[in-house]
Design a binder for this molecule. Structure first.
Ligand code: ATP
Ligand code: MN
Length: 474
């Protein structure tokens, strides 16, 4: 959606703040090369979303620095009102890693899955340890060494079985490793620098294997821990897939005119000769997302996203035409109490960073009731457009005008630096065996998007919403 064309959901008038008492760059990121620092003078305050200027690239330096007057103003204002909980000077001196650790240490884990509560095998594989570690507030504990072990296992363990996954729209394989761990495999369709075509809808886009890997790391960097561990790997299509496939899958293998091994499998979208998945000549990259425990151990509940898109080229969703969806959602269970609305908003911030418009549903683990986190499965449609920021993904933020305090603080920290969301994500992704996972323009886009989320909070507060109703500690 283009903001220039559709402003129905925006408040009609944005008040201008009197900024005369403030300097513009108190909280601006540390300045490096002064030539690289770009303030955005001369641009209207508030009013127009999507108005952070496109990043300029400095390929030789890996360093992009930029500031935003509205965000500087917001941070200054918050700090002047309550220095106890908004101390950005202190925040700038603390490392991002430390901030995230403080938060993950302070979160109570709540319940674990009942099937594993008393389970103590003499020897447990990494995937079993992962399953045992799933708890009410997160899928895993970042300090759990078995998570890195699991990523290594998915990269190195021999593959012993392959099955097509029923139900999904695009081709996916269920892979079993020699330690009996399982993963959902999504094959590479495009090279990393292939961008979604401007005339393609979000619902016809191919899934991207690197987006699945990037989503796991981004979620971890943000300190959410809501995406199952996901790793990239190159497989030999003949040895690792065709040899282990059943007849139905095996018979879809063929050799292309370029002498590459290809297959298309059977599914409802893109499973035919003209959309085949081809190796080079026999090697194929893919993402491996660790399987969650089976239904009988961890039954899941599927929830429709209230901000679901229309999935139609003709229709708009309610929230695209009207601004009052949040008022209705707030009245309804499970969003009327507890953490769920803030989790939904976290999920949309996460999706905004990735540019993922395909969040039609989400799941929770039934055993944990309503006071639990959202699973962020199915992230294959992110990272399709590096120079475009899809502001409509932030609809729950600007329509509810709410954000979780810890999420706000993390984003503020990534704004004041010195760490950036791009540098943290780049560093996390570098451990993957098929890195680089994201191109540099996609990484820089993350920093630009951090500013855009913070600007939405600025606008909410500028509009007169009480700060403690916008930034909520829950
Ligand atoms: N790591 C996982 N462990 C267990 N189940 C999973 C995992 N990832 C995905 N699933 C299940 O598989 C289903 C299909 O996966 P996914 O959503 O990626 O496919 P899809 O083709 O995009 O499906 P849809 O068309 O419904 O969006 C998911 O809805 C989820 O329930
Ligand atoms: Mn999907």
């Amino acid at each position: 959606m283009n903001y220039g064309e559709n402003t129905a959901h925006m408040s009609a008038i944005r008040k201008r703040l009197n900024k005369s008492n403030y300097t513009s760059d108190d909280f601006s990121p540390e300045k490096g090369d002064p030539n690289l620092v770009r303030g955005f003078q001369g641009r209207p305050v508030g009013g127009i979303r999507n108005n952070v200027q496109p990043l300029q690239f400095y390929p030789s330096s890996n360093f992009v620095n930029y500031t935003d007057k509205d965000v500087d103003y917001l941070l200054k204002k918050l700090q002047s009102i309550n220095k106890e909980i908004y101390n950005f000077e202190k925040l700038r001196k603390m490392s991002y890693k430390q901030l995230i650790e403080n938060y993950s240490d302070s979160i109570k884990k709540g319940k674990y899955l009942s099937a594993y509560r008393t389970y103590e095998g003499a020897y447990m594989t990494n995937w079993e340890k992962f399953h045992k570690g799933i708890h009410q507030t997160a899928l895993y504990d970042p300090k759990d060494q078995s998570i890195n072990g699991l990523l290594r296992d998915m990269t190195n363990e021999p593959i012993i079985d392959v099955e097509m996954k029923e139900g999904g729209t695009q081709l996916k394989l269920i892979i079993t490793f020699s330690d009996e761990g399982q993963a959902l495999f999504k094959p590479m369709r495009h090279s990393r620098d292939y961008e979604t075509l401007p005339d393609h809808f979000y619902f016809t886009d191919y899934e991207r294997h690197n987006a699945e890997i990037a989503a796991f790391h981004l979620d971890k960097v943000l300190g959410f821990y809501r995406v199952p561990p996901t790793a990239g790997r190159k497989v030999n299509m003949t040895y690792d897939i065709k040899r282990l496939a059943d007849r139905k899958l095996a018979k879809t293998f063929f050799k292309s005119p370029a002498n590459n091994v290809c297959f298309h499998g059977a599914c409802s979208y893109y499973c035919d000769t003209s959309h085949a998945i081809c190796g080079n000549p026999d090697m194929l990259e893919g993402s491996f997302a660790t399987f969650l425990p089976p239904e009988k151990i961890a039954a899941r509940k599927t929830w429709r996203n209230p901000w679901k898109r229309s999935y139609s080229k003709h229709r708009k969703a309610y929230w695209e035409a009207y601004d009052d969806l949040c008022e209705k959602v707030k009245q309804r269970a499970p969003y009327n109490k507890g953490r769920r609305l803030l989790d939904l908003i976290d999920m949309h911030i996460f999706d905004f960073f990735q540019g993922n418009m395909d969040r039609h549903h989400y799941e929770t683990i039934k055993d944990f009731g309503n006071n639990t986190f959202h699973l962020h499965l199915d992230n294959g449609r992110g990272f399709g457009k590096s120079i475009h920021d899809e502001m409509s993904i932030l609809a729950p933020i600007y329509q509810c005008c709410q954000i979780r305090y810890s999420t706000f603080l993390k984003l503020a920290k990534l704004y004041v630096g010195p760490e950036k969301l791009s540098s943290e994500t780049r560093s996390s992704l570098s451990i993957d065996s098929i890195s680089p996972i994201l191109t540099e323009p996609h990484l820089y886009a993350l920093d630009r998007r951090v500013i855009k989320v913070l600007k939405e909070i600025y606008t909410c507060i500028e509009d007169g919403k009480p700060i403690d109703e916008v930034i909520i500690d829950r």
